[in-house]
Design a protein around this ligand. Structure first.
Ligand code: BGC
Ligand code: NOJ
Length: 812
């Protein structure tokens, strides 16, 4: 069952009922000012950092789940309704929500009044603009009242929901223009130099800034007293809960429309220019911002600019395959999600509260893989930011705060896969751009410039960390965990509430990870290539000798007979082996070792992927392990804490499905690679939205596995490395356009009935128009022609000054 449909021409998903199984959200904002917005207008706004600079308040864990947002209320006689249905939930005569790239719209009607709402964050301003158009479709005059409503957050979202003894006394506001512009200035009198505004481009008939006065002390936003009365109270908040609400009385002749523009903005003032009079904030920048968006034409122009921005970004990689689901994911939604994960890392979604996790070291490095082609300059900066939180021995803080860009100790360090992801991200950036200069940038350790090294020096630290932290089998030590945050082999937690990620000794000298071995072979080689490009062949040779040792360990101690072992625990017992009672096979080492090329020539890779298909596959995707843990295993940690079928305990962790799909392409299995791609692909899953529940235009982190009661149900949508890895899989391995240091490589691996396809790829300043003739083959180019000339091998030679490449590849 579906709750909407894709409108590919408009680059939108159209939701046709507000009653989706879960909130179906969108992200507004591309750079520093962001909003989350659901299909019922729930959500919140922040500047740069969802924890430290939250503009509007949201209550996670609310009932109903998605409650509090930036709402508009329409009072028409005795009927009160919202264009997004919530919070009043009056049955609408019609409802449509469209989520587009960085904007959302609603068109709803009730009793022949139509409300159109458009909301977006303009490209270059720190504000969210909402255009509200009311139309009278009756044959008589309409006299209605429009109310707006936002609830301010007192900036630090963590403190905001805990520290009431202080917070209920700090709220401060100012109001100008008869109530049209409301200023939220809590803590501005002391250490903040920023405030927020909510303004509308018309004279208002009333306003409120105190929540209790607008709603009534015993009401929620589903029944505001002021709306019921048809009149705001012109309240001035002092402490308690400041809000911003406008009241606009609207008279409409039959057929007449009126449009209002609301601007929710973030303003920063210079320290020495904070005030225009004692206790009166300097409003100049706010007035300028409001003036910029005070008319419909300006708003439309700003939206057009946003759409142009996206169409340019999406022209960098564009496929026409004749398969509409593939085309819509590759050309629109998968790339869009890559941008969102790049911007948010794992900080703010409807499942990440914005106060828990900031930017993840490993997460952000992987997000780069799917983003780097879009805006390489931003990727470059991100690499430097991430590397700046690394420690001198190559290990790293597991996460950092986006506002301060400093590592935070909330989850500590000691996740031994982290260092190698830095090589992955940097290599992807250099293969995309050819910009080797990044390797010479001086980058601090733990943000301390006095101990800076070049980025290449950082990569060496990353490489050496793994090379020098090995266990009894010559495999890399796992530390607190590797990619699987829940495989905590040095934790041994016996008491509820202890963090699996920070409890126990991180420096376990015994527990080893075969997954990190796979990473070391893959990214160690990428490191060696970078060393070669820098002319350091001795270092490349040294690296390859180290890689060989780990390769050999992976194919011996890391091999279980039919698949790769997952790990060795702190007692040197195998994890993910036929010897285990539960958790005999894990997906991660199968996918990653094979994609790294481990065991291909020895025939182990074939066996490992066969075992995955036989033991882990389901119709909704590949499970992370089997059999699920039914008991808590002290020696394994959080992985065994989840009920069977959920999360890391035998859920379908979407993130590593593309690893297996890529691994299948390494072996030339186009049919199977694509089959895996389809199982978790949102455009394919759309048909079962009632089972899947999460948004059908983006990936979720997890789909419940076979052991779970709700097999097939998605959870934790949006902020997952699945976005980047799937884009890498489909764009670079299945469709096969892979950036190498020497130029683009063309090596598709598709199912035999895929058919011919064409592709445009902008790369290092040139445009490549690629057409692939399939001839029923799954993999293997028999002829490659570039600008009319036949070329040996798979790589399109880069020719200085050539801006257009016409490429014809024939498979089979
Ligand atoms: C989750 C993991 C996540 C980790 C972050 C765990 O509870 O299961 O998916 O990576 O928390 O700390
Ligand atoms: C989600 C985390 O963000 C990611 O870092 C981790 O690799 C996966 N969960 C698997 O545990």
């Amino acid at each position: 069952m579906k709750y909407g449909y894709f409108d590919d021409n408009a680059l939108e998903y159209v939701i046709t009922t507000p009653k989706t199984p879960l909130p179906w959200i969108n992200y507004l904002g591309n750079k520093e000012f962001f909003s989350l917005i659901s299909n019922t207008c729930g959500g919140y706004t922040f500047y740069k950092d969802a924890k430290l600079l939250r503009l509007t308040r949201y209550r996670y864990n609310n009932v109903p789940y998605d409650n509090n947002g930036k709402y508009f209320f329409i009072k028409d006689g005795d009927t009160v309704w919202n264009p997004g249905w919530q919070p009043v939930k009056t049955t609408l005569d019609s409802y449509e929500c469209r989520h587009g790239l960085g904007y959302s719209t609603w068109v709803s009607t009730k009793n022949d009044i139509e409300a159109k709402v458009l909301t977006f964050v303009p490209m270059d301003d720190n504000c969210e603009v909402s255009k509200v158009t009311l139309t009278n479709k009756k044959s008589s005059d309409a006299n209605i009242t429009l109310f707006s409503y936002v609830e301010w957050c007192l900036w630090n979202a963590d403190d905001d929901m805990k520290n009431f003894q202080r917070n209920l006394s700090t709220g401060e506001v100012e109001v100008t223009d008869g109530g049209s512009v409301i200023y939220h200035k809590t803590e501005y009198r002391e250490r903040r130099n920023h405030y927020a505004i909510y303004g509308v481009n018309t004279k208002v008939d009333g306003f409120d800034t105190s929540r209790d006065d607008f709603l009534g002390a015993y009401n929620g936003p589903d029944s505001p007293d002021a709306v019921a009365a048809g009149k705001c109270t012109n309240s001035m908040a002092s402490g308690w809960s400041p809000i911003a609400a406008h009241q606009i009385n609207v008279s409409l002749k039959p057929g007449e429309s009126k449009t209002f523009v609301f601007t929710l903005g973030y303003i920063e003032n210079p320290e020495d220019d904070k005030w225009e009079a004692p206790s009166v904030v300097n409003k100049k920048p706010a007035v300028a911002m409001l003036a910029k968006y005070n008319n419909e034409a300006a708003v439309d122009a700003a939206l057009a600019e946003l759409k142009k921005y996206w169409s340019e970004l999406l022209s960098i990689y564009h496929v026409s395959s004749g398969n509409e689901k593939v085309d819509r994911m590759v050309n629109i939604w998968n790339q869009y999600q890559c941008m969102v994960t790049f911007n948010m890392s794992r900080s703010a979604s409807y499942y990440e509260s914005g106060i828990g996790r900031g930017m993840g070291f490993r997460d952000s490095c992987q997000d780069l893989l799917g983003f780097v082609h879009l805006i390489p300059d931003r990727a470059r900066q991100r690499i430097i930011d991430i590397a700046s939180t690394q420690f001198q021995d190559g290990s790293a803080y597991h996460q950092y705060q986006p506002l301060t860009k400093k590592g935070n100790s909330d989850i500590g360090s000691g996740f031994n896969d982290d260092p190698l992801w830095l090589i992955a991200g940097t290599s992807a950036y250099i293969r995309e751009t050819g910009d080797l200069s990044i390797l010479d940038e001086m980058v601090p350790f733990d943000n301390d410039m006095s101990v800076a090294k070049t980025l290449m020096g950082h990569l060496k630290c990353s490489f050496d960390f793994t090379a020098t932290h090995k266990g009894p089998h010559g495999l890399p030590l796992i530390g607190r965990a590797d990619w699987n945050d829940c495989l905590n082999l040095n934790c041994f937690s016996e008491h509820p509430g202890e963090s699996f990620q920070t409890f126990g000794p991180s420096e376990g000298p015994v527990a080893e990870s075969v997954f990190i071995a796979g990473m070391f072979v893959k990214y160690g080689e990428e490191y060696a290539e970078l060393a070669e490009l820098k002319g350091d062949t001795a270092e490349a040779e040294r690296a390859r000798a180290e890689i060989k040792k780990v390769y050999d360990a992976a194919t011996t101690a890391g091999w279980d007979g039919e698949w790769f072992v997952r790990a060795y625990d702190a007692n040197s017992n195998k994890v993910g082996s036929k010897e285990c009672e539960e958790g005999q096979i894990y997906i991660e080492p199968q996918g990653f070792c094979v994609l790294a090329g481990i065991g291909v020539k020895e025939g182990l890779a074939e066996k490992a992927l066969k075992s995955v298909e036989e033991r882990l596959d389901t119709k909704y995707g590949i499970m992370i392990l089997q059999p699920a843990y039914t008991k808590y295993h002290l020696e394994l940690g959080e992985v065994s804490s989840y009920p069977p079928g959920y999360k890391e305990n035998a859920g379908i962790f979407c993130h590593n499905n593309p690893w297996v799909s890529i691994a299948e392409t390494v072996l030339g299995h186009g049919n199977r690679a694509f089959d895996i791609y389809k199982k978790t692909c949102p455009a394919y899953v759309e048909e079962i939205s009632d089972i899947h529940c999460t948004e059908p235009y983006v990936y979720s982190q997890m789909v419940a596995g076979r052991d779970a009661k709700f097999h097939g149900q998605g959870k934790n949508s949006w902020l997952t490395g699945t976005a980047a890895w799937t884009f890498v899989n489909i764009s670079q391995y299945i469709l096969g356009v892979y950036p190498t240091h020497k130029g683009l490589s063309i090596n598709p691996c598709v199912p035999e009935d895929f058919g011919d396809f064409t592709l445009t790829r902008k790369f290092r300043g040139a445009t490549y128009n690629i057409s692939v003739k399939q001839n029923g083959a799954q993999k293997g180019i028999s002829k490659l022609t570039v600008n009319g000339k036949e070329v040996e091998g798979n790589i399109i030679p880069y020719e200085e000054g050539v801006k257009e490449y016409t490429v014809e590849a024939i498979l089979g």
